[in-house]
Design a protein around this ligand. Structure first.
Ligand code: ATP
Ligand code: MG
Length: 733
């Protein structure tokens, strides 16, 4: 029994209660950093050791593949045994596993391929064009999100109620055509993975019974972000009798815009029998300054289930707020500061830079690169989403499945081989008319002589190339197949001939793909293929690539600063955290400020961001930012004002620190005159000025010299602002 109780070491009383509770439905509802994920891992260990469950009988759902890997590693450490075969994964990866195993029952071809949202969008665009649909009334992205939305709600085209609405009917028709194309090509998008596996279980009672019997306990992390379909899937799989442990935090529900339903927490409590609810109240992650600031912020939300969260930790440093005069200055501050921290002995990987929108990363990345600071983007467009990699993968997919239209379109003329858009258009038309794949249309056209001349021979050469590659790969190991494909298709040569660093980087990436394949077959990845050869290995590799796209980390081993959006930071923690762009319109995002519901979701996102930090938190914003190609004046985010001043300290130029703007400033920083340089008027404290956007105001404060000098102006309607003379166009009155 010794090792059984050892699992309960290093847990507090409430956590212990949750971990060792008798099997039954349980909800652990608790705030950030209170040990929810820790409880989940320990509960799995407990179920295996104390309740004697076999590793096969446990199903654990996490939010990312990375989280799944971490959970597996932690479990192995706790139990001291290898657990390669426990089903731990995301909803998508688990659904994928079911579909691969039961592809016939799921009415899928054996080598079905997963398409990501990029491929999906390309397909939608093509359908809109082919069907002469007005892409202004039906923008591809909107159609795409309509399709995904339907799938998330579990709706097939015929199940969508159009109420005789012409617009909706057109949407549904596009959905239907999209679905048909996917079926024909053996393509499965992310939403389809889930919906298809739900239907698989629903329509095959014997199969369902098998899994219901197999899984003795189902556990779900980040339950607040499950959508309707995922909830239905869990209901079906457990038959509402298999006990479930779910953990979540309503204050961290941040995927409402993508269909997540925070009310699933309440539904779970209501619908699943005898649910025991456990609350954890002690936070182990953050200093009390950070935690209390986060608590204060989230208290501005009206719709909450209500939780308390405290920490026994020390108060720690206040949160530093930096107001940059523009986005470059903001980035410079971040990079200078983190370098100081690194010099003090903090590892780079312990530092995260978080931002609301992906586009914000570029300026920060450039500053990091200039200063030679290694960094990694987590969850963004990484390795598997790079153009050259996607091209190589498309060729590989064609080897397995010639009817994969999306892949064929992608590479039919990459590198250029004389197959123009007119020829491709012709192929499409033939394919559409005959209701066949592009590959089939190509062959038919060559056979009946309607595709001839230069275009005809180019097409013939392409078809021969694919067939030859397929033949050649028999008996080769996975990485040899890939090596062969990137060489013989001319992809490698194509990028070698590109001038400059970009081409070089692409060549390196292609070579890296071969390396990745070798590592994959050697079992250095999460879900190693059962048989490591030929088509089976290739298929497994392609699936892993699709599932991992967006999560891949370029270089696992170099100590790098972590960059990511606030959304992808969920569940993670870092000793030092920067949140950049804490500005109205950016964060909260301008799309969200009008609607109270969405504003609350932005605030939850901010809460998620603040609570990632363990020891030190920096919030930065810029007064001028280049957005969508033009410079705009930005106001500090309302979220900054919602954090009580006692937890904040404002950083002034070069490490000088003062109280926030409203408080009095150290005498040393005071100036009575400021001179903006030759073309600019000289201004003094107390002077009235006019600003082209903010109107009239009074100068309260000033610092610096020349065009970069800054003044603080109190505007009538807009409050106090720091402005840079060189940009602000102030007129003295
Ligand atoms: P989030 O809401 O952000 O997902 P969480 O509730 O899942 O957070 P964990 O990530 O499990 O919280 O735990 C937060 C941190 O606190 C981790 O570093 C964890 O190891 C630590 N921790 C949790 N419980 C304890 C404990 N009883 N003793 C010591 N450290 C703990
Ligand atoms: Mg967690």
């Amino acid at each position: 029994m010794d090792d059984v109780t050892a699992i309960l070491d290093h847990l507090n009383a409430a956590q212990r209660e949750a971990v060792s509770a008798p099997q039954g439905n349980m909800l652990v509802l608790a705030g950030a950093g209170s040990g929810k994920t820790r409880v989940l891992v320990h509960r799995i260990a407990w179920l295996m050791q104390a309740e004697g469950l076999s590793p096969y009988a446990v199903l654990a759902v996490t939010f990312t593949n990375k989280a799944a890997r971490e959970m597996r590693t932690r479990l192995e450490a706790l139990l001291g045994l290898s657990l390669r075969h426990v089903w731990v994964g995301t909803f998508h990866s688990i659904a994928h596993r079911l579909l691969r195993t039961h592809w016939q029952d799921a009415r899928l071809p054996q080598h079905f391929q997963i398409i990501d949202s990029d491929d999906q969008l390309r397909l939608v665009k093509r359908l809109i064009k082919e069907n002469d649909v007005d892409d202004e009334r039906f923008p591809p992205r909107q159609v795409q999100s309509f399709i995904s939305g339907c799938k998330e709600e579990g709706l097939r085209p015929h199940q969508v109620d159009v109420h005789g609405d012409a617009y909706l009917s057109q949407m549904v028709e596009l959905y239907e055509r999209y679905q048909l194309t996917c079926e024909r090509g053996g393509l499965v998008d992310f939403g389809e993975l889930l919906l298809r596996s739900l239907e698989l279980l629903r329509d095959n009672p014997a199969l369902l019974a098998h899994y219901q019997e197999r899984f003795a306990h189902v556990l779900v992390d980040e339950f607040q972000d499950t959508n309707t379909l995922q909830y239905a899937w869990l209901k079906l799989l457990t038959g509402m009798t298999t006990p479930m442990t779910v953990v979540g935090d309503d204050d961290q529900s941040i995927y409402g815009w993508r269909g997540a339903r925070v009310e699933n927490i309440r539904r779970f409590e209501r619908e699943f029998t005898a649910t025991k609810t456990v609350r954890l109240e002690q936070n182990y992650r953050s200093t009390s300054a950070i935690l209390e600031a986060a608590n204060a912020l989230i208290s501005h939300n009206a719709e909450r289930m209500g939780k308390t969260l405290w920490t026994a930790g020390e108060r720690g440093e206040p949160i530093s707020v930096y107001s940059g005069f523009n986005d470059l200055d903001e980035a410079r501050f971040i990079v200078d500061t983190l370098r100081e921290r690194v010099e003090e002995g903090v590892n780079r990987r312990e530092i995260a830079i978080l931002y609301r929108s992906n586009a914000q990363s570029r300026v920060i990345e450039e500053t990091l690169i200039r200063q030679g600071v290694p960094y990694r983007i987590y969850g963004g467009h990484r390795f598997y989403e790079r153009l050259e990699i996607k091209n190589a993968l498309a060729y590989l997919r064609l080897l397995l499945n010639r009817d994969d239209d999306a892949s064929l379109e992608r590479v039919i003329n990459v590198p250029a081989r004389g197959i123009g858009t007119r020829t491709v258009e012709l192929l499409r038309q033939r394919a559409r008319e005959a209701g066949v794949s592009l590959w089939q249309a190509l062959h038919d056209g060559l056979a009946d002589g309607s595709l001839k001349g230069r275009a005809g021979s180019a097409l013939q050469a392409f078809a021969d190339l694919i067939d030859a590659l397929d033949n050649d790969s028999a008996g080769l190991a996975l990485h040899e197949i890939i090596d062969h494909v990137i060489a013989c298709t001319g992809l490698l040569e194509h990028h070698r001939n590109e001038r400059g660093e970009k081409g070089q980087a692409r060549v390196e990436n292609l070579e890296e793909l071969v390396t990745a394949a070798r590592a994959f077959t050697q079992g250095e990845s999460f879900d190693p293929p059962e048989a490591g050869e030929g088509a089976v290995a290739l298929e497994a590799f392609l699936s892993e690539a699709a599932l991992n796209a967006g999560e891949h980390e370029a270089d696992e081993f170099e100590d790098s600063v972590q960059l990511m959006t606030l959304h992808s930071a969920k569940g993670l923690e870092f000793p030092v955290v920067f949140i950049a762009g804490v500005e109205e319109g950016l964060f909260p995002h301008r799309m969200s400020v009008e609607e109270p519901g969405r504003l609350e979701e932005e605030r939850r996102l901010c809460y998620v961001g603040l609570t990632r930090a363990m020891h030190k938190l920096y919030l930065t914003h810029a007064e001028i930012r280049r957005l969508h190609g033009k410079e705009t004046f930005q106001r500090a985010s309302r979220f900054l004002r919602e954090i009580p001043e006692e937890y904040l300290e404002e950083v002034r130029l070069r490490g000088q620190v003062s109280r926030p703007v409203t408080a009095s400033r150290p005498a040393g920083l005071r100036q009575s005159e400021v001179n903006g340089g030759d073309d600019l008027p000289s201004l003094s404290l107390g002077q009235r000025v006019r600003h082209p956007v903010f109107g009239e105001g009074v100068i309260l404060n000033a610092e610096g010299e020349g065009p970069r000098a800054r003044v603080q102006v109190s505007f009538e309607g807009e409050g106090d602002k720091w402005l840079v003379l060189g940009f602000a166009k102030l007129t003295p009155l």
